[in-house]
Design a protein around this ligand. Structure first.
Ligand SMILES: CC(C)(COP(=O)(O)OP(=O)(O)OC[C@H]1O[C@@H](n2cnc3c(N)ncnc32)[C@H](O)[C@@H]1OP(=O)(O)O)[C@@H](O)C(=O)NCCC(=O)NCCS
Length: 179
């Protein structure tokens, strides 16, 4: 068993070359809107360069590059942050930044890796996340992994003339069943 590898993926750190790729993802309106309720606005390379330089100073935040084992290309990122060590709880976030790589099972595979890391390396008790109700693919992914819908932030999002709920999902170590 390798903590950072699955059938198709390799979780690694980031390199300076990744800044250009990440900046490109943050020009994509669908991606920006799926990840955040803040106003969608394209990011600059400078923002991501500064983020890259701040990585060594991160505390209690475990962010991985998701790479394809086949060619080590960067396709996304996955993170555990906001960790409360005294309670054993953390927030999970994930994005497959390369649009053409979505829907191929990589999100699922990366989540399996990070949940194993959360429960077997960080020894956490609980992993939680929020997702917008119009993000059907992400909801399907989390439910298939065993996350339980624990709460609803009703009519949280206002997009394209419609309001959408935001859901809170959580999974406990005792509920997690690796494939
Ligand atoms: C959400 C995301 C991480 C999922 O990763 P992925 O690699 O695309 O997803 P996977 O291929 O592993 O699996 C997605 C599941 O949703 C299903 N799915 C795909 N498109 C779907 C759609 N439009 N509606 C409903 N389900 C869909 C897939 O069939 C699969 O379910 P299955 O395994 O039962 O067949 C990825 O699409 C992404 O990064 N999106 C943009 C950013 C984002 O939304 N991040 C999450 C914010 S909470």
């Amino acid at each position: 068993m390798n903590l950072f590898q699955s059938a198709h993926l390799h979780l690694t750190g980031f390199t300076a070359e990744d800044v250009e790729t990440i900046t490109r993802w943050y020009q994509d309106d669908e991606y920006l809107r799926a990840l955040s309720a803040t106003i969608a606005f394209p990011d600059t390379p400078l923002k991501w360069q500064k983020w890259y330089e701040s990585l060594p100073d991160l505390k209690d935040e475990y962010i991985f590059a998701i790479r394809l084992r086949a060619d080590q290309s960067l396709i996304g990122w996955i993170a555990l942050d906001g960790i409360l060590w005294n309670h054993g709880a953390a927030w999970l976030s994930i994005a497959v930044g390369e649009a053409h790589q979505r829907g191929q099972g990589y999100g699922y595979e990366a989540c399996e890796l990070i949940l194993r890391y959360a429960f077997h390396e960080l020894n956490l008790h609980r992993v939680q996340l929020t997702v917008f109700a119009n993000n059907h693919r992400a909801i399907r992914l989390y439910e298939r992994l065993g996350f339980v819908r624990e709460g609803v932030y009703r009519e949280y999002l206002h997009r394209d003339g419609q309001r959408f709920d935001m859901y809170l999902y959580g999974i406990l170590r005792s509920e997690w069943q690796p494939r």
